[in-house]
Design a protein around this ligand. Structure first.
Ligand code: GLP
Length: 272
């Protein structure tokens, strides 16, 4: 696992966007990108939009799969993840509507919807990069604590804690927050060829600590990252606040060493 600790949210957003853009630009075939909702990725989306507007990045070759959607919430509801993605990202860039996929929370047959989503991911060739956030309790997508680490796309009952945290999007009223969601599973996320998970603020410090320093456990679904061959957490200093000093030093020095090594490699290139 790679852990990159940035100064603040703005730096995190720039580094996150740079990472995503670099992968998209590096691929000639369609690039399959997993996408999250929530407050954390907003800065990354804004950066990506900025680069698109400058003509430095195009999403025409991108196929996207969102992580989750509330069950029973109309697609057009202002707090549906369909609305979130349209308002905060899709309507600002050149991604092709048929290439975007979000679970349908209005479905009459949730199980068939989830099975079809898994099939669609497979048909697209699997996810190249899954960008994600995390819940305060270490949930990933809507995989709440004690979700199976092998789970696939399915219906998940939301915990009281998650509904209370998300009530801020529903006039502060927990009763308006749906009680269940459709979500990709931990296994679905683990199948992605690369994971990039962002965390900002002191509320995420416990989840970052559990995921990085705890053992792999369904208690903290995010700890699955320890078993992924190519997973990176980017977080700001506040979200790193519950890590041991030695852990922070270790990851900082690794990043420093990588930067020095990369610049030495560049210096060794013959000049043109
Ligand atoms: C929701 C989403 C998650 C997201 C989490 C954190 O529960 N289903 O995918 O990671 O919120 O959101 P935020 O970034 O707003 O803290």
């Amino acid at each position: 696992m790679r852990l990159i600790i940035l100064k603040n949210y703005q730096e995190l957003s720039i580094v996150g966007a740079k990472h995503v853009a670099g992968r998209i630009l590096g691929e000639s075939r369609p690039f399959v990108l997993g996408l999250p909702t929530g407050s954390t990725p907003l800065g990354i989306y804004q950066e990506l939009i900025r680069w698109y507007r400058k003509g430095k990045l195009s999403f025409k070759q991108v196929i996207s799969f969102n992580m989750d959607e509330y069950l029973g919430l109309a697609t057009g509801h202002p707090q549906s993840y369909h609305s979130f993605m349209r308002e905060n990202f899709f309507s600002h860039v050149d991604i092709q509507a048929p290439n975007t996929h979000i679970l349908n929370g209005e479905t009459g047959d949730p199980e068939a919807e989830c099975r079809a989503y898994e099939e669609a991911i497979k048909a697209a060739g699997g996810i190249d990069l899954f960008l994600g956030g995390m819940g305060e309790d270490g949930h990933i997508a809507f995989n709440e604590p004690f979700s199976s680490l092998n789970s696939r796309t399915r219906v998940k009952t939301l915990t009281e804690n998650t509904r209370a945290v998300n009530a801020r999007f529903f006039d502060g009223d927990i009763n308006q927050v749906p009680r269940a969601a459709l979500t990709v599973g931990v296994g679905t996320i683990m199948d992605a060829r690369e994971l990039l998970i962002a965390a900002s603020g002191p509320n995420k410090a416990r989840a970052v600590h559990d995921a990085v320093e705890g053992s792999v456990s369904h208690r903290c679904p995010l700890s699955c990252l320890q078993n992924h061959p190519k997973a990176t957490i980017i977080c700001d200093q506040a979200a790193a606040g519950e890590l041991e000093a030695g852990t922070v030093d270790y990851f900082n020095s690794l990043e420093q060493a990588t930067r020095e090594w990369a610049s030495r490699e560049l210096a060794d290139q013959p000049s043109r």
